[in-house]
Design a protein around this ligand. Structure first.
Ligand code: SF4
Ligand code: SF4
Length: 482
């Protein structure tokens, strides 16, 4: 999915607009956009993984219904252009709003956070059944070691918002019941962006005089791009999928680099354009409520290598690639709810009590498609401070019970140990006295990885917690002070 994300023209355009800077990570998306001018919406017809998924769902549902659908209404086509205008206006004002709508992001997010855990549960359950069957036992153990070496996380991943991401995806699939590619033709802002550039395409559908006007091309067109005369084809809507060519019995249809007389325009009048702009302005205002200064960090802990907060919010498309990859190592990252305000909804935040940042891991920076998390060499990441640990003396066992506990110090991965002890005579709650090793944090050494909070044996809220104090953000391989 990483390649698809990097190749999404909408991610590219919205990210460059929102950050007002050149972002090398999304260069491929611009190449795809440039190719739309000669080739039209080939991306929608042949590359987009969500479009292909919808085609499969549609084929399955069509097989059940057994009848050929009539061309479906075109009156909602303008909605996708309105959503695109909203996203671009938001980006121009410095607010990234593509994450609920970009099809590649939607599919990646669903696959990473909802389908991947479901898949691991299903395969693990199957293997658990297989080991009970004598002649399958060996195969089950071999499959188990292969999957765990190559694919599976050490522990069953569990993410927040799974249900929401799953339901949103199912709704998009269910819209296929209404018409083929309902999402693509009416709602997809990426399709709208490609459709806009596709007006100038050079590759067009051509129909010659052997056409018998049987109407099959019009009935089968997934995008309802063929008009009543069966000849005129909308350059904006046609995704060059080739369905009309394949169903045409007299072979009257083909594609060629030749412009026909009329070929369709963008379906968005001035009134709707203004409406989309006003809605976008209102949304930008709403997202900013409670977090008006986008540079403010609240109390969230970001992954190591994260850009300064305002840049991070502009670049993060909420794809959850980092969250998924993190679950295979330390598992500290989760999609945020309200921790960084509405504007930071679904961005990755570290939850040290649920998981930690693995000292020998720098994967999140490697998978982030937009560079919201910078790619840090491992030795640099191991020095990068995400936050700072603090002891809660009312909960930490040596501090409040007067008994030794070394768990946090033993797990601290920093070579010189950021947790140390001060041996002192203390009075315990039962009145007895004794020598106890009282732990403390060496501020200069703590990198805020959070493993101490994850492993702390105190039940419920631990005896040690993390804040984002001392955190270091990165930009272009340089530390940035916040
Ligand atoms: S570097 Fe840390 S936060 Fe990033 S994936 Fe690895 S464990 Fe997770
Ligand atoms: S920070 Fe995570 S969620 Fe945001 S764009 Fe990068 S990989 Fe995707």
């Amino acid at each position: 999915m990483d390649l698809f994300l990097r190749g999404s023209p909408l991610v590219a355009v919205a990210t460059i607009l929102a950050t007002r800077s050149w972002v090398t990570h999304v260069f491929l998306g611009l190449v795809v956009l440039a190719l739309t001018v000669p080739l039209g919406r080939v991306f929608c017809g042949w590359v987009c993984p969500l479009g292909s998924t919808l085609d499969v769902v549609h084929k399955i549902s069509l097989r059940k219904r057994k009848e050929l659908k009539k061309p479906s209404p075109t009156r909602w086509r303008w909605v996708k252009f309105a959503i695109l205008v909203g996203i671009l206006v938001g980006a121009a004002l410095g607010t990234q709003m593509l994450w609920p709508f970009d099809p590649i992001v939607i599919l990646t997010r669903t696959a990473d956070v909802a389908l991947y855990p479901l898949f691991t549960i299903a395969v693990s359950s199957l293997l658990a059944v297989m080991v009970r069957v004598p002649f399958l036992e060996g195969a089950a153990y071999r499959a188990y070691s292969f999957l765990h070496a190559a694919w599976f996380p050490l522990q069953q991943p569990s993410f927040r918002l799974v249900e929401l991401f799953f339901v949103l995806f199912v709704v998009i699939l269910a819209l296929e019941k209404a018409s083929s590619r309902f999402w693509c033709r009416n709602l997809c802002p990426l399709g709208a962006l490609l459709g806009f550039f596709s007006q100038f395409r050079l590759l067009h559908r051509q129909v010659d005089e052997s056409c018998t006007a049987c109407g099959l091309c019009r009935a089968r067109c997934r995008m309802n791009a063929v008009e009543d005369d069966y000849v005129t084809t909308s350059a904006v809507e046609c995704i060059a999928c080739g369905e009309c060519v394949s169903v045409c019995a007299p072979r009257a249809t083909h594609y060629a680099f030749r412009k026909p007389a009329r070929s369709g325009t963008v379906d968005l009048d001035r009134r709707r354009f203004m409406g989309a702009t006003v809605a976008s302005l209102a949304t930008v205002g709403l997202l900013g409520i409670g977090f008006a200064d986008r540079g403010r960090r609240g109390s969230v802990i970001r992954p190591p290598g994260a850009l300064p907060e305002a840049d991070f919010l502009d670049r993060c498309v909420r794809c959850q690639e980092c969250v998924k990859v993190c679950s295979s190592t330390g598992g500290c990252l989760q999609p945020s709810l309200w921790e960084s305000g509405l504007i930071g909804l679904w961005t990755p935040v570290a939850k040290p009590r649920e998981g930690y940042c693995e000292y020998n891991c720098n994967l999140c920076g490697q998978v982030c498609p937009t560079g919201a998390i910078q790619r840090l060499p491992l030795e640099v990441k191991q020095r990068t401070k995400m936050g700072l640990a603090f002891f809660d003396k009312s909960r930490c066992i040596p501090w409040y019970r007067g008994e030794d506990c070394l768990v946090c110090e033993e797990h601290c991965p920093v070579p010189d140990k950021a947790i140390r002890f001060d041996q002192r005579m203390v009075r315990r709650p039962d009145g007895s006295e004794g020598l106890v090793k009282l732990p403390y944090v060496v501020e200069e050494l703590c990198i805020g990885c959070g493993i101490c909070a994850t492993k702390c044996p105190v039940v419920g809220q631990g005896g040690i917690f993390l804040t984002n104090a001392n955190e270091q953000r990165w930009i272009d391989s340089q530390f940035s002070s916040q």
